[in-house]
Design a protein around this ligand. Structure first.
Ligand SMILES: [Zn+2]
Length: 315
C-alpha cells in the first residue's frame, strides 16, 4: 500500500488537484484536498484543530492567491475533517445531510470531555488525541447540505460530490474531479490504516468501494495515509468482508462482541495501523445482526478499543 509520493504537505496530483498530507499518520492526522479552477478553488475538508488548519491554509496561499477558496466540502462529520471550519467560514461550506447529524452529535466540547476522562478510556483518548488542541474551536456547520449527488462548477472545473453513506459515518461524501482522474474519498479509504465502521451498514461501504473501483479515476486521495491507487480500495473491501464474515461466525456461536474482537486473527490485515478499531467494527456487525442490541456512545466505543489495545499500551 506504500506510495512513491512522499508526505510533504501539499502534493500536486495533476489536473489542478492537490492533496494536503500531514507529516505523520495516526488517529486524527487527516488529509485534505484542493481543487483549483480558473479563478476559484474548492477545499476538501478542514483539519482537527485550528493550528493545523491555519498552517495548511497558509501553505496553500501560493496556489490560492489567484484562485481563492470559494467552496469547502466536509467529506463527513468526524472532527478531523471539519473542526477547522471557522477559518473558512466566509466560504460556502457543503456536506451531506447525514454528516450534519454527526457534527451536531460530537463537536469539540465532546472531544475535550473524552480526553479529560480519568478512566482507561480517557487515558487511551489522550494517548491518541493528545497532540491536538480542541480549545478555541467554534463549531461552524455547513450552510448547504445535499443528498445523493451534487455537481459543482469550480472556476470552470467540474466537481462531483457523491454521498455514499451511511457507511464509515452517517454521511460520507466522495469528491470526484473527472477531468483530472482524481477522487478524494474521505474516510471511505484509509491507506495503511484500519478502516473503522462507526455507522455502517457494511454493505453500503462495500458498494462505495465498488463505485470507486468503477470510476474513471486512477488517483485516490484517501482520508488518511498517502496518495494511492485502486489497489488500496480493493484492500479496504477485502478487510471489510473478512471482518464481517469473522464476526458473523462468532455472533452465531454466541460469543460476546469484545471476546470476538480479541479472538479474531487478522492475518495479512494485522499490518494495518490502529488495529484496535476491530472492536468497533465487530460491534457494528453485531448490531447489524441484532438490531435490538443497544448502541454504544462515543466513550463506550473508545472504551472497547482501549480494552482491545490495552496489552500494547504503555500508559
Ligand atoms: Zn478521519
Amino acid at each position: 500500500m506504500a506510495s512513491a509520493i512522499p508526505i510533504v504537505g501539499r502534493v500536486d496530483v495533476g489536473g489542478g488537484c492537490h492533496a494536503w498530507l500531514p507529516g505523520r499518520g495516526g488517529w486524527g492526522m487527516s488529509n485534505a484536498g484542493l481543487v483549483v479552477g480558473r479563478d476559484a478553488s474548492l477545499l476538501v475538508d478542514t483539519l482537527y484543530d485550528l493550528r493545523l488548519t491555519r498552517a495548511m491554509l497558509e501553505a496553500l496561499t501560493p496556489v490560492t492567491a489567484t484562485a481563492p477558496i470559494s467552496t469547502v466540502v466536509n467529506t463527513h462529520g468526524n472532527g478531523d475533517h471539519w473542526f477547522g471550519n471557522q477559518l473558512v467560514a466566509h466560504t460556502e461550506i457543503i456536506a451531506a445531510r447525514g454528516s450534519l447529524a454527526d457534527m451536531r452529535q460530537v463537536g469539540p466540547a465532546e472531544m475535550r470531555q473524552l480526553t479529560a476522562a480519568p478512566d482507561l478510556t480517557g487515558r487511551f483518548a489522550r494517548r491518541i488525541f493528545g497532540a491536538f488542541d480542541y480549545t478555541g474551536i467554534e463549531p461552524v456547520l455547513p450552510g448547504r447540505v445535499f443528498e445523493g449527488e451534487l455537481v459543482l462548477d469550480v472556476g470552470g472545473t467540474e466537481v462531483r460530490l457523491i454521498d455514499v453513506g451511511p457507511a464509515h459515518s452517517a454521511g460520507d461524501t466522495i469528491v470526484h474531479v473527472p477531468r483530472a482522474g482524481v477522487v478524494y474519498t474521505g474516510d471511505i479509504v484509509f491507506a495503511g490504516a484500519t478502516p473503522i465502521v462507526w455507522h455502517g451498514p457494511f454493505t453500503n461501504w462495500l458498494a462505495a468501494c465498488d463505485l470507486l473501483l468503477g470510476l474513471d479515476a486512477d488517483t485516490i486521495v484517501p482520508g488518511h495515509g498517502p496518495v494511492t491507487t485502486k489497489k488500496t480500495v480493493r484492500d479496504i473491501r477485502d478487510y471489510l468482508e473478512f471482518v464481517h464474515t469473522q464476526a458473523t461466525t462468532r455472533f452465531t456461536a454466541g460469543m460476546p462482541a469484545l471476546d470476538a474482537a480479541r479472538d479474531i486473527r487478522l492475518g495479512r490485515f494485522a499490518e494495518l495501523d490502529e488495529s484496535e478499531r476491530l472492536a468497533v467494527n465487530v460491534h457494528t456487525v453485531y448490531r447489524e445482526l441484532d438490531p435490538s442490541m443497544p448502541p454504544l456512545d462515543g466513550p463506550g466505543l473508545f472504551g472497547r478499543m482501549a480494552e482491545l489495545a490495552c496489552p500494547h499500551l504503555d500508559f
